[in-house]
Write a protein that binds this ligand. Structure first.
Ligand code: 5GP
Ligand code: MG
Length: 200
């Protein structure tokens, strides 16, 4: 059955989300949906300014970037192509483990302007592993963009060129970020209750 497209003002009001599902595991909202939307828009303006006149290849790290990516590219008024690298570093815990590549780049980025996108820059191990891989393909330049930055936990000397929000050392979920593959669909960034990942 297909959905009928309604155009009345009433139909444009977002339905109330059921709140029961996430309240048990989320301590509080750290960054609201509206704050994210505003920041994504201003990030897009910064990126447009720096890449004006160029065609961009956005390389997005799976799976955490999917929501951020979808919102960011719709704000970007630039010609762009999209590709993905799959990396997994978390199992079911919150500590960074061994990095495993689950999908390699397909597009040829040689001589191209690349924007590498990740959900969160934490210890820096992920970008530290991924950046040399991309640079080895001889792009014209590579810039990095992360929605969130947790500078307190940095182990590698690395910074992102574009940062949505710098946050304190909390384990956060939502807006694409998961805990054990859950909570990616929350429209906000929230702090996970410690008991969820540290069972008593
Ligand atoms: P790094 O390699 O910089 O330590 O961490 C990068 C990756 O670790 C991110 O792409 C993300 O998958 C994961 N990560 C780091 N901090 C958090 C966090 O607070 N919440 C979630 N859900 N993932 C995180
Ligand atoms: Mg990730």
């Amino acid at each position: 059955m297909s959905a009928k497209l309604k155009t009345s003002a009433k139909s444009r009001v977002a339905p109330k989300r059921s709140e029961g599902g996430w309240r048990k595991e989320i301590e509080r909202v750290l960054i609201t949906e509206a704050q994210i939307a505003r920041r994504v828009e201003s990030l897009a303006r910064e990126i447009e300014k720096d890449f004006r006149g160029r065609e961009l290849v956005i390389v997005s790290l799976l799976n955490g970037t999917v929501v951020f990516l979808a919102d960011l590219i719709r704000q970007l008024n630039l010609p762009l192509r999209l590709d993905f690298i799959g990396v997994a570093s978390y199992g079911t815990g919150t500590e960074s483990g061994e990095l495993v590549f689950t999908k390699e780049l397909c597009l040829d980025v040689r001589g191209r302007d690349v924007l590498l996108l990740d959900d969160i820059l934490d210890t820096g191990k992920t970008l530290h592993r991924v950046l040399p891989k991309i640079r080895a393909l001889r792009p014209r330049r590579v810039k990095t963009c992360v929605l969130l930055d947790k500078p307190a936990r940095r182990l590698e000397k690395i910074r992102a060129d574009y940062v949505g929000f710098a946050i304190p050392d909390f384990f956060v979920v939502g807006y694409g970020l998961d805990f054990a593959e859950r909570h990616r669909n929350l429209p906000f960034v929230g702090v996970l209750k410690p008991h969820v990942f540290k069972p008593a």
